[in-house]
Design a protein. Sequence first.
Length: 249
Amino acid sequence: MATRLLNGRRHRPSPNAMTLAEHLAELRRRLIVSVIAFVVGTAIAAAFYQGMLDVLQHPYCRAAPHHCAFYVTGPLDPLTLRIQMAAFGGLVLASPVILFELWRFVTPGLHPHEKRYVIPFVSVSIVLFVAGCALAYSVFPHALAFLREVGGPSLHQILSPNQNLSLILLMMFLFGMTFEFPVLLVGLQLANVVRPVQLLRAWRWAVIGLTLVAAVFTPSADPLSMLVLAVPLISFYFLSIGIGTLFRR
């Protein structure tokens, strides 16, 4: 954060005392650090391209053990795949630095009682997002098997690594985002937007709604993936009511 000299000593101004130019300079510095971390992470991920490709291919080989070779249909597909996987790996590796820079930029403007909740909420959000991604990766072989068999035995599937990467990343992202649902629900209860007793009374509609959400947010549309997503969401709903009740006491 921008600093000023005061009586020969460096003084860190409060966020309210910072000018617009100082805020923009602070934001630029945080962005530069984040971009550098992303570039370094991308370079590291590019060096482990083959290992990442094996991880990408593993669910496909579980779905089709004897026919899990990837095929490319265009001359630029291998290069595109390398760039996509390096960028994704770089984002994952740089995410701790990016989150730290975001945290350092935001926290000076928070009140002490708000800072008390930020660290637990951010930590739980990260854990839940990773758990959602891991769950999506674990059920992805079943999704591929369903998509391979749904067209009937007369169809022979030739899978592109680019298409496989896009589908699995989309599925992991959607599962990870839906796993943020309990954090949002607890936050709404702490903000007095809704009360635990209101949520408990509406549990039947919540179960129906969350089941529909699981159906919409499952890209593969296979029943097992929808069920695997719906069960945690419904469990999170009741868990959030319990946590909200404890916090409001």
